[in-house]
Design a protein around this ligand. Structure first.
Ligand SMILES: *Cc1c(COP(=O)(O)O)cnc(C)c1O
Length: 412
């Protein structure tokens, strides 16, 4: 109704004056606000301290960043191995762009499947000891593609309560019935399978190797046995495991697919799934998030390849990231880390933001993670450690955290 009114006025004025100027003015009025119902949602986010903003940040080597002209040490990016400034990755991207052009220019199934794709899929399959692999535009797109290809209405998905938002989105889009088990609780997953499995056609068991906001590790071997026993397929998201934790299992079986991303330890971009070649053929024919989107730019895939080579040849990088996380935990009195991610749960979103701001004043960038990224009342500081962090910065961070938590009387 309001829009029609504006439209009417627009037409009337447009007849009298220069159409372009009027169009600009009407658009300006529109752009300065949004309808009341949307504004109210934003006001609620503001009241609950859940409003999100864009911060401009310039990254530099060794975990340093510049924000508002100030140099800080970042403990909140996922560059666990510090690869983002490796000259090998930068050179690979430049050479690929020179040789293959700037963009893939079409879907992989049309003309977007440049030769680097084959090499990258071969390498990631090899590092994961899987028969084959398939690259997607991102980890998010890989999760959408895999889950929606494997599960539909009439199928069942049994998932860990703390799985990543991209998996949750994929599950909603699939139309399958979702039942969630308590975090890392194989017993509860067994109970759910026992109770519901028979009522459904296909069943997926979904979890992560390393949980993105908690940093702990899933019981993959028991879950894979469980999946096999209940004629189900285990789908594991290894976004935060690559380069950090060794996998004791094989991702190439009829009962298991492993998803991952090049956006974290590989310091690049693009998602992948590792599985048997039969699964890869199936996914290639069913994943809409692969079929209906343009292939990754050659420079990105070349960067991924260079990253895999470095990860394979330099296992000490993952070890160094873990040493930094361990040292932080020792000084702050937190139990030993299972990955490069260390959370300190503080409860209220407001408290998390306050501590994050204080840390920033001391020169450390640490993200306050709030709902809906994590469950209600579990807002936290999420510290991530990298092989490229200087020891001195890790130690200073730990002492600063101790000082702030002591002053704030915030329990760990
Ligand atoms: C980051 C992340 C993704 C998404 O990967 P992108 O490549 O960034 O889209 C998926 N799953 C988990 C667990 C993640 O942490």
């Amino acid at each position: 109704m309001q829009i029609q009114q504006y439209g009417y006025q627009f037409n009337k004025i447009a007849n009298l004056q220069s159409k372009q100027i009027t169009y600009f003015l009407v658009c300006s009025v529109y752009m300065s606000t949004i309808p009341q119902s949307y504004l109210q949602q934003m006001q609620k986010l503001q009241r609950d301290k859940l409003l999100r903003n864009r911060h401009e940040i310039t990254r530099m080597p060794n975990g340093y960043i510049i924000k508002n002209g100030k140099t800080l040490v970042s403990f909140c990016d996922n560059d666990y191995l510090g690869l983002s400034f490796f000259p090998e990755l930068q050179r690979a991207a430049i050479n690929a762009m020179a040789k293959y052009g700037s963009g893939a220019t079409a879907s992989r199934l049309i003309t977007g499947n440049h030769p680097l794709y084959t090499m990258c899929e071969h390498k990631i399959a090899n590092i994961k000891q899987s028969e084959d692999a398939l690259l997607f535009g991102s980890g998010y797109l890989a999760n959408l593609g895999v889950i929606t290809s494997l599960a539909r209405t009439g199928d069942l998905i049994i998932a860990d309560r703390l799985i990543h938002a991209s998996l949750i989105d994929a599950i909603s889009l699939s139309g399958a019935t979702l039942k969630r088990f308590r975090h890392n609780d194989t017993e509860h997953a067994t109970q759910l399978l026992h109770k519901y499995r028979a009522e459904y056609r296909n069943c997926l068991l979904v979890t992560e190797t390393v949980f993105s906001m908690d940093g702990d590790i899933a019981p993959i071997t028991p879950l894979s046995i469980l999946a096999a026993n209940y004629d189900s397929i285990l789908v594991v998201d290894d976004a935060h495991g690559l380069g950090i934790i060794k996998h004791e299992y094989n991702s190439c079986s009829a009962f298991m697919l492993q998803i991952g991303t090049f956006s974290k330890a590989a310091a690049s971009y693009g998602g992948y799934v590792c599985a048997s070649s039969k699964w890869v053929d199936y996914l290639l024919n069913h994943s809409r998030s692969l079929i209906y989107t343009t292939g990754l730019p050659p420079a990105v895939v070349a960067t991924n390849i260079a990253a895999i080579d470095i990860i394979e040849q330099n296992p000490e990088l993952g070890v160094r990231a873990m040493e930094n996380a361990t040292q932080f935990c020792e000084i702050t009195g937190i139990r030993a880390p299972q990955s490069a991610i260390v959370p300190i749960v503080v409860g209220k979103a407001e408290t998390a933001i306050k501590i994050s701001k204080m840390l920033e004043e001391y020169g450390f960038l640490v993200a306050a993670i709030r709902p809906p990224t994590v469950p209600k009342n579990t807002a936290r500081l999420r510290f991530t450690f990298s092989a490229s962090h200087k020891k001195r910065d890790v130690i200073n961070l730990a002492h600063t955290v101790n000082k702030i938590l002591h002053k704030e009387r915030v329990g760990l």
